[in-house]
Design a protein around this ligand. Structure first.
Ligand code: F6P
Length: 342
């Protein structure tokens, strides 16, 4: 069999670990030819496809990014994009495609599956907001980055008696903010699922001061929003999947806190630091397990599925189940985080 593999959407630590596992098991155990597709769905549109061998995947396990490159290309928004994909599938004699991505990349995989492409999905996003799996790889690394940043910010916040606002990624879901905030001992965590009240936040900060704690750490997901207000965006432009570029909530909150309380406040936007660099051991293992499971599904000719983690078991779920709706933070977890607010 000839199996193509691609990485689409925002990059994420652990992508190379999946590519390595698919290639290794595909070649060594199943006797397949593995073909790397460059830059997500764009590579299938442009025919940028090349063979992967054991040497091309040697040494990539700890490396962040993706040796295949990525893009946010939506073939359904490119002129004859889908037609070109199917003609390259034929030209390169590709029997199946493993698509590693989040809701956008896997959404395309689902639509192409419906048109006859034999496809298996692997869930990737630091945001951890895909349904059908308890965890996406990359999330654990992002949470570790946030926790380390909060440890560092604690000492400088305490020294200067400041409020530190930390903006983290998380478009529809506040997983990184909640778990990173819990791990790093944040005093307030703001997430898209539960719109916040600035008066309440300021009251919590002032109450903490009265208690003798002269600094506060506030973590805000980029998609968090105040009650009765809309998302804060950087531009009004949308990408090929209709997403606006978020960012700015941290600055807005810091400005308001300083104005309303008179306390010296600073902002740190962690941005793409959360997505770059080496994956944690957890993410390397999860990504490896996903890669092995994905190539085994191809071997068994089971398509239209996404691999996932349920408890500690690797499972296969229909792509539509994974895409039905984003997996968001539930009230129970957020209530637990709130125990440590203020
Ligand atoms: O992968 C999802 C994500 O991490 C979102 O949280 C964030 O809004 C987005 O990527 C930013 O990605 P980029 O800067 O690559 O467009």
């Amino acid at each position: 069999m000839r199996v193509g593999i691609l990485t689409g959407g925002g990059d994420c630590p652990g992508l190379n670990a999946v590519i390595r596992a698919v290639t290794r098991k595909g070649i060594v155990n199943h006797g397949f030819d593995i073909l790397g597709i460059k830059n997500g769905w764009l590579g299938l549109i442009e025919g940028k496809i090349y063979p992967l061998d054991l040497n091309s995947i040697s040494g990539i396990l700890p490396r962040g990014g993706t040796i295949l490159g990525t893009s946010r290309t939506n073939p359904f928004r490119v002129e004859d994009g889908v037609g070109k994909i199917f003609s390259h599938i034929e030209k390169f004699e590709i029997d199946a495609v493993i698509a590693i991505g989040g809701e956008d990349t896997l959404g395309v995989a689902k639509k192409l599956s419906d048109k006859g492409l034999r496809c298996v999905g692997v869930p990737k996003t630091i945001d951890n907001d895909l349904s059908g799996t308890d965890y996406t790889f990359g999330f654990d690394t992002a949470v570790s980055v946030v926790a380390e940043a909060l440890d560092r910010l604690h000492t400088t916040a305490e020294a200067h008696h400041r409020v530190m606002v930390v903006e983290v990624m998380g478009r529809h879901a506040g997983w990184i903010a909640v778990e990173g905030g819990l791990a790093g001992g944040a005093d307030i965590i703001l997430i898209p699922e539960f719109p916040f009240d600035l008066n309440e936040i300021c009251a919590q900060i002032l109450k903490r001061r009265e208690r003798g704690k002269l600094f506060s750490i506030v973590v805000a997901a980029e998609g968090a929003k105040p009650q009765d207000a809309s998302l804060i965006t950087q531009t009004s432009e949308r990408d090929a999947f209709g997403h606006v570029r978020l960012g700015g909530i941290g600055n807005m909150i810091a400005r308001e806190i300083e104005m309303r309380t008179g306390i010296d406040t600073r902002v740190t936007v962690l941005g793409h630091i959360q997505r770059g660099g080496s994956p944690t051991a957890f993410d390397r293992i999860l990504a490896t397990r996903y890669g092995i499971a994905a190539i085994d599904l191809v071997k068994d000719e089971k398509f239209g599925l996404m691999v996932g983690l349920k408890g500690n078991r690797i499972v296969a779920v229909p792509l539509e189940e994974a895409l039905a709706e984003p997996k968001t933070v539930d009230a129970d977890l957020y209530d637990m985080a709130k125990v440590f607010f203020g």
